[in-house]
Design a protein around this ligand. Structure first.
Ligand code: ZN
Length: 65
């Protein structure tokens, strides 16, 4: 299992790519956004992962990329 960088909980829902749990990505997106954008630059796979995860925020991500 991985540990979330934000809430420091260990969970199987923590993305190994991103280092954040689903809950933090959804609830604290402004905080995790800078890290996620950094990972985006390195891995197209995590971009796909995020699109699947944050379907509701697709518009936001499209703006950022
Ligand atoms: Zn978390």
């Amino acid at each position: 299992m991985s540990k979330c960088k934000l809430c420091h909980k260990e969970s199987r829902f923590v993305s190994q790519h991103l280092g954040f749990c689903l809950n933090c990505i959804r609830e604290d997106f402004p905080k995790v956004k800078p890290f996620i954008l950094e990972v985006h630059k390195k891995s197209a796979r995590s971009l796909t992962f995020l699109y699947n995860l944050l379907k509701l925020k697709k518009g936001f991500l499209a703006d950022s990329v």
